[in-house]
Structure formats: structure tokens, C-alpha cells
Design a binder for this molecule. Structure first.
Ligand SMILES: [Zn+2]
Length: 217
């Protein structure tokens, strides 16, 4: 399997293209596409057979490339069952999708938004959308409709139970590095070092102070 990462879109968004390079068909899945000619050029140049477009959640910057990509490739759009957008395949928590070269497991992770999900590919690569970033977590509060910090905390705890060797690929390039691992996030992400929800919400509410004291020198 080959993973190609594109950085761009609305705000340092990541779009991920996963290609089964062991088959002549080159079955491909694309996660959180935005409009970008580099993505379509790759599909054409390498003659990729795009089967599924998967969105980690329905925020505009994570779905903006859906329409044109679907027209071009006839791929099916996959979203969590709670999404109110138009899409082709509904998935639930713990559901799996098996296609040649890929085992894709969907983990329902609300908090940032009610239709948020993480996507675990081949038990090794975890695409976390806007739930978990490298060193940070997704936004909650009045700016994010339907967000709920308690649910976000619970969703994060769910991820912390996964195998530590799993690699983390977030929805935005907001951290010191573009990607990480469960192990590394557990050790270094200040939000995951919180022992209780109360500590977590306190850090969220005082993030600007924490940042000033710890990250900006
Ligand atoms: Zn979002």
C-alpha cells in the first residue's frame, strides 16, 4: 500500500490517497478530499481506480473535493450514519469495509461534530480527522455546531485504547510534525496527558495561557 498526502485546501488540510500498489487494478481510497489539481493529476497519471471517498466528518473543508472527484471517478462517498449531507454509503461504529488490499474500520468519534469518525486502515494507519491533531485536539464550543467537549474526551479515550504502534494521520497540519503515533500522542499531547475530564476541559478553556507558557519559547 502506498500513502500519498496532500496539504492544502482551506487551512492546512490534509487529503490522503491510499493506493493498493500490489494489484494491477490499483484500487484506491481517498480520505477528506479538497479541490486540488495535484490529486486529479495523480489519479490520471497513475490510472488509479478510486473506489471510495471517505469523509471523517461533514465540515466543508473535509468534503469540498467530493463532488468533482465523484464525477471524475464514480467512486462512492462514505460517511458516518449521523451525517446530514448527501452521500452513498452509511457506516456505523466498528463497521468494517473490506476491499482488495484494504481493511477499513470506522470508529465513531463524536465531540468536535456529531458525525465525526476515525478511519483505521489495515490495523496500522489511523486517520483522525478533526478529533486528534499532533499535539492538539479538535475545537469544541459555539464556533462548532453540535460540538460537545465531554463526547470529545470520551472519543479520545477510545483512541487511547488502540494499539500504541498505530500511526496517527490528522485532518490538518497543526502540529510540530505532520503525523504521529498513538504512543507518541499519549506521551506528549497535553490533552491526552489529562487524567480527568475536569483537567481536560480546564486545559481547553485555558489553552491560550498554556500555549504561551509552554509552546512559544
Ligand atoms: Zn472539522
Amino acid at each position: 500500500m502506498i500513502l500519498r498526502t496532500f496539504n492544502g485546501g482551506y487551512d492546512r488540510n490534509f487529503c490522503y490517497v491510499l493506493i493498493n500498489d500490489e494489484s494491477e487494478e490499483k484500487e484506491t481510497i481517498i480520505i477528506d478530499p479538497f479541490e486540488d489539481s495535484r490529486i486529479t493529476e495523480l489519479i490520471e497519471k497513475d490510472k488509479l481506480k478510486v473506489l471510495y471517498i471517505i469523509n471523517t466528518h461533514s465540515h466543508h473543508d473535509h468534503v469540498s473535493g467530493n463532488k468533482s472527484l465523484k464525477e471524475k471517478t464514480k467512486a462512492k462517498i462514505v460517511m458516518n450514519e449521523h451525517s446530514s449531507l448527501e452521500f452513498d454509503k452509511k457506516v456505523r461504529d466498528a463497521e468494517e469495509l473490506l476491499i482488495n488490499g484494504f481493511k477499513i474500520k470506522f470508529i465513531y468519534t463524536p465531540g468536535h461534530i456529531p458525525d465525526g469518525m476515525c478511519v483505521l486502515v489495515n490495523d496500522l494507519l489511523l486517520f483522525t480527522g478533526d478529533l486528534l491533531f499532533v499535539g492538539k485536539v479538535g475545537g469544541t464550543g459555539p464556533r462548532f455546531k453540535g460540538s460537545d467537549p465531554k463526547l470529545e474526551w470520551e472519543s479520545l479515550q477510545k483512541l487511547m485504547k488502540l494499539n500504541e504502534n498505530i500511526l496517527v494521520y490528522p485532518g490538518h497540519d497543526y502540529g510540530k510534525k505532520p503525523s504521529s503515533s498513538i504512543k507518541n500522542e499519549k506521551k506528549t499531547n497535553p490533552f491526552l496527558l489529562c487524567k480527568t475530564y475536569e483537567e481536560f476541559i480546564d486545559l481547553k478553556n485555558n489553552w491560550h495561557v498554556y500555549k504561551k507558557e509552554n509552546l512559544e519559547n
